[in-house]
Design a protein around this ligand. Structure first.
Ligand code: GAL
Ligand code: ZN
Length: 702
């Protein structure tokens, strides 16, 4: 019989390794002239608790000092040392930063800006994703790396490039766009029809006439081309990524791959660009402790972090994801690179773990002595190292991650989801800007809804509802605010789910246009109109200082009472099958339905015809949870403002409740008869929990 107690066995994480991973970007390519530094790094990794090294991210010039001549010596050395210490490597393909010998000799690999000017050599993420030469050079390098290290026992993941983002407007990219359009539409007639190009005489009579939309040319007058250009850009990156991975596979490596999503680069459709990869990862640089209590402000960066991390989950349902980068201290590129206050770093890490991450890695291990990031926070800063405050903060994260090993591999389990997708985001925020330029409220409406769940201990996913990866059957309630554009087949999928008992909450600016941004005849998709039981007539816009009123009908099905402000965008609709819960109180459309419910099969469709202040969301969601059997983890009102509770559930049903206190002062939370223990301390928990300032408890219910 084995002498290992089952409790000592660590569950496997998303990469099939035991426990949670703790690591960092490691750039020994910058330190080859100082072997003593590399010695010191490997001496200090165990002291800091670093188990994973992301290597070679910007190592191309060191790896391939001249065309076709590879120098593997320095990487061999790091692989050996890593293996000796029992650590793991995330090996990067170095495509994110091209070496000067390449960009100087072959400037056509460089990106062309929106204004038509080609970049000069310099910086990073500056290449054209269509360039055949760049793809060829990247493939050769990736193949060589895979052939040499692809089966190394220390290799745990391919970190493919770094934070893909941006758009290239070169002629090759435009030609690739035309091919993409030819494949999509087949004929110019179909394209002209889809783009409604008779408008302003924009009809295309030859494929060559199609250029990338940009300020100097086709600005935003033809919405279809703007949407297709964005879709193409994401698909073009997807192809580039697929080609990078194909070269890794042809080099003989079957180790999983990931791309680290760029927090500011979310203009690319993450569903499209992550499709060729095995594992989701993203880089988080929150600054939520900077000013006063953030939940007091309309823009809540703490909740935004959580929201994006739910999105990481949604990209690969049923799988944890990796936090690939965060800073243990400040980020030099921020307007005010404020230090993370004591406790914040550990809390940031725990927030990611709470939302489904199986790792926490940093940018970076050691700050360089030169270059743009020399003053960026790092585990070892130029003036830091063991004994420093930051180093101790990293050690506190090590301690937490070690104790949380049982969480590895566990997933979320929500009964509610909020819909978010890039087509809708682009259309409403960048292209159509319906609702007044700069006031699209997408995805603010999503964030405002998410926040109610975050504050009330109601697990909530963020999903792309029309993605084939999204199984609506898992959810009781789906919130689809401003779901303006409907993809083909989506209404059928949604209707089937509602008829089987699903509860849909949607509203203003939903169901208006098809996949090509053509308005449905009659103003709304026919299937959508049946679902909501309403007919749309007009959309009114109000100035910020103006408002209308939602006046709740007495005895309405949700038990809502009183009045709430209706603001910004207000649809004027007519009842068909739906039943009124509230009407507008003012103006020429007073008495028109403002909040309705339509019974469809076993399910219900709620429609909020205008944007509201948070008060209506609070009341409406609480009523929906109550009426449709969604139970918050703790009774409503249990969590103080600024404290959240997020849950992960292991395959065997074991639950982990992450209480996170984002406030500067201690907070207490009642457990309401539940008992268990805190995985972070081992202490038993019952009655009231006390959370330290910026503190956390990972409660394991009995
Ligand atoms: C990330 C990037 C890293 C580093 C970091 C600094 O976006 O991937 O290489 O530049 O920012 O915050
Ligand atoms: Zn290009």
């Amino acid at each position: 019989m084995s002498s290992i107690s089952p409790l000592a066995v660590k569950p496997l994480n998303v990469l099939g390794l035991p426990g949670l991973l703790h690591g960092c970007d490691y750039n020994p390519d910058q330190w080859q002239h100082s072997p003593e530094i590399i010695e010191e790094d490997f001496r200090l990794f165990p002291e800091a608790g670093i188990g994973v090294l992301s290597l070679n991210i910007f190592g191309w010039a060191r790896l391939e000092p001249e065309d076709g001549r590879y120098d593997f010596g320095w990487l061999d050395d790091i692989f050996e040392r890593t293996e000796r210490g029992g650590r793991k490597i995330f090996l990067s393909t170095p495509s994110a930063a091209a070496p000067n010998w390449l960009t100087h000799r072959d400037p056509e690999v460089l990106r062309v800006r929106e204004d038509g000017v080609r970049l000069l050599p310099g910086g990073r993420m500056n290449f054209c994703p269509t360039s055949a030469l760049y793809r060829e050079k990247v493939a050769a390098t990736n193949h060589a790396l895979a052939a040499r290290y692809g089966r190394h026992p220390s290799l745990a993941l391919w970190h493919v490039s770094n934070e893909y983002h941006g758009t290239c407007y070169c002629e090759d990219c435009e030609a690739a766009f035309r091919l993409w359009l030819q494949r999509k539409y087949g004929s110019l007639d179909a394209l002209n029809a889809a783009w409604w190009s008779a408008f302003w005489s924009r009809t295309y009579t030859a494929w060559e006439q199609i250029r990338a939309p940009r300020a100097r040319g086709e600005g935003t007058s033809v919405h279809g081309i703007c949407l297709d250009w964005r879709r193409f850009t994401s698909d073009n990156w997807r192809d580039f990524i697929a080609a990078e991975i194909a070269a890794i596979r042809s080099g003989g490596s079957s180790v999983p791959t990931a791309i680290n999503l760029h927090p500011g680069g979310l203009h690319l459709d993450a569903w499209r660009i992550t499709a060729p990869t095995d594992v989701i990862s993203w880089d988080a640089y929150p600054a939520y402790h900077d000013k006063k209590e953030p939940w007091a402000t309309a823009w809540n960066p703490v909740v935004y972090q959580s929201f994006i991390q739910e999105l990481c989950r949604a990209l690969r349902p049923g799988q944890p994801w990796l936090l690939m980068e965060t800073t243990p201290s400040s980020a030099n590129w921020m307007d005010v690179p404020k230090l993370k206050r004591p406790g914040i770093h550990r809390l940031t890490v725990l927030q990611s773990i709470a939302h489904g991450a199986d790792s926490a890695l940093y940018f970076q291990w050691r700050a360089g002595r030169g270059g743009e990031e020399k003053f960026h926070g790092a585990v070892i800063e130029n003036s830091g190292g063991p004994g420093s405050r930051v180093f101790a903060d990293v050690q506190s994260a090590t301690d937490a991650l070690t104790r949380l090993a049982p969480v590895a591999g566990s997933l979320g389990s929500a009964e509610i989801a909020i819909g978010f997708d890039w087509d809708n985001w682009w259309m409403q925020s960048e292209i159509v800007a319906q609702g007044g330029r700069g006031r699209s409220h997408y995805p603010w409406e999503q964030l405002d809804l998410y926040r109610e769940h975050w504050e009330n201990a109601v697990p909530c996913d963020v999903v792309d509802p029309s993605s084939p990866l999204t199984d609506l059957g898992r959810y009781r309630i789906l919130c689809l605010p401003q779901h303006y554009l409907l993809r083909p087949g989506f209404v059928d999928k949604l209707t089937a789910w509602v008829e089987a008992g699903g509860v849909l909450l949607t509203g203003v600016l939903s169901g208006w246009v098809d996949d090509n941004d053509l308005v449905f005849p009659g103003g709304m998709d026919a299937g959508w109109r049946r679902l909501v039981g309403l007919r749309r007539e007009e959309l009114d816009h109000l100035y910020p200082e103006e408002s209308n009123r939602f006046v709740c009908q007495s005895g309405n099905a949700l038990g809502l009472t009183g009045e709430f402000k209706a603001i910004a965008k207000l649809e004027i609709n007519h009842l068909e099958a739906a039943e009124v819960l509230a009407t507008y109180g003012d103006d020429f459309y007073a008495g028109h339905p403002a909040l309705t419910v339509n019974k469809v099969g076993l399910g219900f469709v709620y429609y909020q015809a205008a944007r509201s202040e948070q008060g209506l969301r609070t009341a409406l969601l609480a009523a929906l949870w109550r009426r449709h059997g969604v139970r918050p983890l703790l009774p409503l009102g249990s969590l103080p403002l600024g404290v959240t509770l997020q849950r992960r559930v292991a395959a065997d049903g074991q639950e982990f409740w992450f209480f996170l206190n984002f406030r500067r002062d201690a907070q207490t939370v009642g457990l309401h008869d539940r008992t268990g223990h805190d995985l972070l301390t081992g202490n038993p928990c019952s009655g009231e929990l006390t959370l330290a300032p910026y503190g956390a408890i990972v409660f394991v219910p009995r």
